[in-house]
Design a protein around this ligand. Structure first.
Ligand code: SAM
Length: 218
């Protein structure tokens, strides 16, 4: 039914949900026009793939609302060529957007089923600049650090300290910070041993469960 209309649905999503709400970075806009979001949702949700809300992806997790993915991406100020660490691969949709805009993307997912499925999809789509591992992303991925940019796609009470350590001097980290049911999307910039925080807007994300995040999701 939605068949051949995916590109026009994607154009409408970009126009009405992303550009209309103030996303201006043309590289971000082009990436959203290109990446097939419908491939990353469950088959039963295919007709809703381009709608203005998050969708379930299994394991009690979600693919975030398109606008929130776009806003977080724009906040990273990617120019091309950066090394990016993503915590919370989920469906792999945000990972694909990052891979369009940066040099290399390292992504960590807590659930093996999600990490493996996303890895297969992204390989099938032909991305060669993505590495995924299953584990606790609050510990970062030291082997490939430091990172020019870090994006955390689950909410945390505070910034996990290993992520600050693994962020490059002058780099940006984007993370939803706050309580279980309400957070503030925050951009963190690192200067030497200091950080500067900028609050962007309110948001609601699933919890970041791990050693330097929430201890459990109950
Ligand atoms: N960006 C994803 C997408 O486009 O589909 C959505 C991510 S979803 C909102 C958040 C993800 O973070 C979930 O898949 C969840 O399992 C994962 N997560 C939570 N805690 C984590 C941790 N400590 N390490 C890695 N992944 C974690």
């Amino acid at each position: 039914m939605v068949g051949e209309n995916f590109f026009s649905l994607r154009e409408e999503m970009v126009k009405n949900q992303i550009v209309a709400r103030g996303i201006k970075d043309q590289r971000v806009i082009r990436a959203f026009l290109k990446v097939p979001r419908h491939i990353f949702v469950l088959e039963k949700d295919l007709p809703q793939a381009y709608n203005d809300h998050p969708l379930p992806i299994g394991e009690g997790q979600t693919i975030s609302q398109p606008y929130m993915v776009a806003l977080m991406t724009e906040c990273l100020r990617l120019k091309g060529g950066e090394r990016v660490l993503e915590i919370g691969t989920g469906s792999g949709y945000q990972t694909a957007i990052l891979a369009e805009l940066a040099g290399e993307v390292y992504s960590i997912e807590r659930f093996p089923s999600l990490g493996e499925k996303a890895g297969m999809l992204l390989a099938k789509l032909g991305y060669k600049n993505i590495s995924i591992k299953v584990g606790d992303g609050t510990l970062g991925w030291e082997e490939f650090s430091p990172y020019d940019r870090i994006i955390v796609t689950a909410s945390s009470p505070e910034i996990p300290s290993p992520l600050i350590t693994q962020l490059k001097e002058g780099g940006y980290l984007v993370i939803p910070l706050g309580e279980s049911f309400s957070q503030v999307l925050t951009v963190v910039e690192k200067f030497g041993d200091k950080i500067k925080r900028q609050e962007i807007c309110g948001c609601v994300f699933v919890p970041l469960i791990g050693r330097y995040g929430w201890q459990s999701d109950d």
